[in-house]
Design a protein around this ligand. Structure first.
Ligand SMILES: NC(=O)c1ccc[n+]([C@@H]2O[C@H](COP(=O)([O-])OP(=O)(O)OC[C@H]3O[C@@H](n4cnc5c(N)ncnc54)[C@H](OP(=O)(O)O)[C@@H]3O)[C@@H](O)[C@H]2O)c1
Length: 401
């Protein structure tokens, strides 16, 4: 089979995979097609969390006779393991039993329980396996499951930073007013991004200035997805958030409040009495972003949408703990005001924080930038290479259920 044909069928698996968006999480989006003599035999995708994996969905939609000797395309390496939490048996077993002759995948699964084991299981059964989507500079396969790949490979939640800023890079006036820098269209776009995340995070300064609710508000009739509403998160070293803030009063039961080691016990107890979940993060003179992410990961958060303000954005950027940045540039000037980003320890342009998979889009009156942290893909692939080298050591639990 020529490379062009492989690329075409693999691209189809991505289209299929996307149909599971918002329903399969925390599993990855996966699509599969079965092809014989250049003709499509069957296709399938992972529809819902707990339902058939894409490979089995495609196999069950195919005529068994046509499957023998056919090629199966899948954007992700087939799973090969069992675990008590896993709802589906290994796809490799179904592929082998069906007599598939060749398997072409987008990329290896960074899940520590897989990481090449699926490929090896297939190869041991005499099936040829080709990995086609890892060598592109900006692999659409790795990007399709950016949250899953980050959680699995890097062992922390996916971090998406966002800010609405003036043309001169300010996110608020000197007095702290920022409502609204962008128009309704841009704010709706940002609410869609909120809806995609498990949590929306701000600093105590933003709670004080804006008293936000951090809910998802979309136009009437727009599907909000089947995932639960993102949880609000506030970084507040000394538990100084007002008990009268709307987040505490109206969303206390959902609020995750990250406190530092010096937070007074009395304040903590008062907040907990209002239903707030306290997470104990490390850090003096500002919570350590790595510790915050660890706490959030332990609380089951897999993706976090960081909405500021400036000090919080700067803290994550300085720590180089972010994966995606989205900036909405509004056609206004604020002059002196609050800079969106503070010192990033960049001494030369070569050291600048850089982005890949860059997209610029016009939304309403705004120019919207989004990009992945430069090096994100390399970091994910580096983990896969490292585990290839150390594969005899085994790995932790799978969460592709
Ligand atoms: N345009 C936009 O997109 C946008 C978005 C959000 C906010 N804003 C505006 O931004 C302004 C608020 O920004 P801000 O910079 O003053 O406050 P902020 O970034 O929201 O919060 C800063 C506070 O967070 C706490 N914190 C905990 N860990 C930290 C760490 N590692 N690094 C830094 N702070 C940490 C600190 O309070 P403790 O020491 O008490 O812990 C700090 O004072 C407001 O005017 C708001 O309207 C604009």
């Amino acid at each position: 089979m020529c490379r062009d044909q492989d690329d075409r069928w693999l691209a189809r698996t991505l289209e299929l995979a996307r149909q599971g968006a918002g329903r399969v999480e925390p599993n990855p989006r996966v699509g599969a097609v079965i092809v014989k003599a250049g003709e499509l035999v069957a296709s399938g995708f992972h529809r819902n969390y707990g339902s058939l994996h894409a490979e089995r969905a495609a196999l069950s939609a195919a005529e068994p006779d046509l499957v023998r000797g056919a090629t199966l395309y899948c954007n992700l390496e087939p799973c090969s393991h069992r675990s008590p939490r896993k709802k589906q048996p290994p796809c490799t077993e179904a592929i082998i039993a069906a007599g598939i002759g060749r398997v072409v995948i987008g990329h290896r699964d960074p899940n520590p329980a897989v990481r090449g084991e699926g490929i090896r299981a297939l190869e041991r059964a005499g099936i040829t396996v080709d990995v086609r989507g890892e060598d592109a500079d900006e692999s659409p396969f790795l990007r399709e499951n950016e949250v899953f790949n980050t959680v699995m490979a890097l062992g922390r939640p996916f971090v998406h930073l966002k800010a609405a800023i003036s043309l001169d890079g300010r996110l608020a006036t000197t007095g702290g007013d920022s409502r609204w820098i962008t128009d309704g269209e841009a704010r709706t776009a940002a609410h869609r991004l909120r809806a995609e995340s498990d949590a929306v995070l701000v600093g105590r300064g933003t709670v004080e200035a804006d008293d936000p609710l951090l809910t998802v508000r979309l136009p009437a009739g727009e599907v909000q997805g089947s995932s639960p509403a993102p949880r609000p998160v506030v970084l507040d070293s000394l538990a100084r958030i007002s008990l009268e803030s709307r987040l505490v009063r109206e969303r206390g039961n959902e609020l995750l409040l990250c406190l530092g080691p010096d937070a007074p016990e009395r304040r903590r107890a008062a907040l907990e009495a209002r239903g707030v979940t306290v997470l104990e993060a490390e850090g003096v003179g500002g919570l350590d972003p790595a510790s915050v992410l660890k706490c959030l990961g332990t609380a089951g958060i897999r993706s976090v949408f960081v909405e500021g303000g400036a000090q919080i954005l700067t803290a994550f950027l300085r720590a180089r703990l972010y994966d995606r940045l989205s900036l909405y540039f509004a056609p206004i000037l604020l002059g002196r005001g609050r800079e969106a980003v503070g010192d990033l320890s960049v001494a030369t342009v070569v050291q600048a924080l850089n982005f890949e998979s860059v997209r610029w889009e016009t939304i309403g009156r705004q120019q919207c930038f989004t990009g992945l942290r430069a090096g994100w893909q390399e970091e994910i692939l580096g983990v896969l290479r490292e585990s290839e080298r150390e594969r005899t050591k085994g790995g932790p639990q799978c969460s592709r259920d």
